[in-house]
Ligand binder design. Structure first.
Ligand SMILES: Nc1ncnc2c1ncn2[C@@H]1O[C@H](COP(=O)(O)OP(=O)(O)OP(=O)(O)O)[C@@H](O)[C@H]1O
Length: 334
């Protein structure tokens, strides 16, 4: 069985500097920030690490005071108050950079350590856009609101730094990287992390020993490591490969955008088992899905419904059950 990536268990105490920084960011509105295309970075850069365990400075008990009524109802103090805050998004608005069309219209979301959240919502409601804005995708321009991750202002961070800080996103349509083998890609990304952690890099042989048990976890054959990243992979194989990347790199917040789409039932179970195996009291998952079946394998504590660029409902698994049975028309009655 694979051991947890070192990044999942590394934590450093807060520093005075970061405390000051995070309070300022949490209280003051943040300036509009356009992510330049040049800052997008390559996929290896985006996936290059999670090295620094930046300090976590706010407790969910404190943040809870600022939550909406709907969120408060869904987050009882006794079950959430002693957890550290991981991500706090407030009033986030964003437009498509090229056209200026507004997609996100004031998203509020709070995620604490060790929590599993899911976002559901109609096609085109803004779920993937929200996920991509969190990781700094250059197609979008943030026009208002704030995104604080472990006390740090995401708007001031390049996509690569967000990855290094512990954000991982598995894409709805994972891209191919011709000419780069999966093994080299993963080894390179993992070593980048280790360098940041002042740990010695792993040689290719050492890396094989590290990655091999993770292949088992996902029921993936070893020859996937020799193939170019996602080249010729079926839809399901790409999704497994995304989770393999997560298992290798680790993440304090893994954002999984429709990892269930295109998976047969066995693959879904493998992927869910792998994700569940990565969960610790310290790291969290934000899933985007349309289907209850994923949520039966990876059980979220909170389900949010997004509509027209906003989270309009927050609750427990019963929301997903109602949606499955009655469709989105039911959400106004939940
Ligand atoms: N780069 C882009 N260029 C043009 N339109 C975009 C872009 N990104 C998002 N949109 C539009 O923004 C809206 C929200 O898209 P998004 O992918 O976030 O929806 P979604 O809730 O994830 O949908 P689905 O459930 O179908 O995956 C859609 O109308 C989409 O066409």
């Amino acid at each position: 069985m694979a051991s947890a990536p070192p990044s999942l268990s590394t934590a450093r105490p807060p520093t005075a500097v970061s405390l000051h920084h995070s309070r300022r960011c949490a209280l003051a509105p943040l300036p509009s920030c356009r992510i330049q295309p040049s800052s997008h970075g390559s996929l290896p850069a985006l996936r290059s690490g999670l090295l620094r365990s930046a300090p976590i400075v706010s407790r969910c008990a404190v943040v809870r005071a600022a939550l909406s009524t709907a969120d408060r109802a869904a987050t009882p103090a006794e079950s959430r108050g002693d957890k550290e805050l991981l991500l706090e998004v407030k009033g986030l608005t964003a437009v498509i950079a090229e056209t200026g069309q507004e997609i996100l219209k004031g998203v509020d979301l709070t995620i604490c350590e060790g929590e599993v959240h899911a976002i559901m919502g109609k096609n085109g409601s803004g779920k993937s856009t929200f996920a991509k804005v969190l990781v700094g995708h250059p197609d979008y321009e943030v026009t208002g609101g704030s995104m604080i991750f472990k006390g740090e202002n995401l708007l001031e961070m390049e996509p690569e730094d967000r990855s290094l800080a512990g954000l991982f996103m598995s894409f709805q349509s994972p891209i191919e990287i011709p000419g780069v083998s999966n093994a080299d890609f993963l080894n390179m990304a993992y070593n980048a992390r280790r360098r940041k952690l002042n740990q010695p890099e792993l040689s290719p042989i050492e890396f094989w020993a590290y990655v091999y048990p993770k292949l088992d976890l996902l029921n993936m054959k070893a020859d996937f490591l020799n193939r170019n990243v996602n080249e010729g992979f079926s839809g399901g194989e790409r999704k497994r490969n995304e989770i393999l990347q997560l298992a290798v790199l680790g993440a304090e917040l893994a954002i999984l955008d429709e990892i269930d789409s295109g998976l047969d039932v066995d693959a879904l179970q493998d992927v869910a088992k792998a994700v569940n195996g990565l969960l610790t009291p310290k790291n969290s998952v934000l899933m985007i899905t349309h289907y209850l079946r994923l949520l039966e394998f990876i059980e979220p504590r909170y389900i949010h419904v997004m509509d027209n660029g906003k989270i309009v409902k927050t609750g427990d698994i019963s929301i997903a059950k109602t949606l499955e049975k009655e469709g989105f028309k039911a959400i106004s009655e939940i």
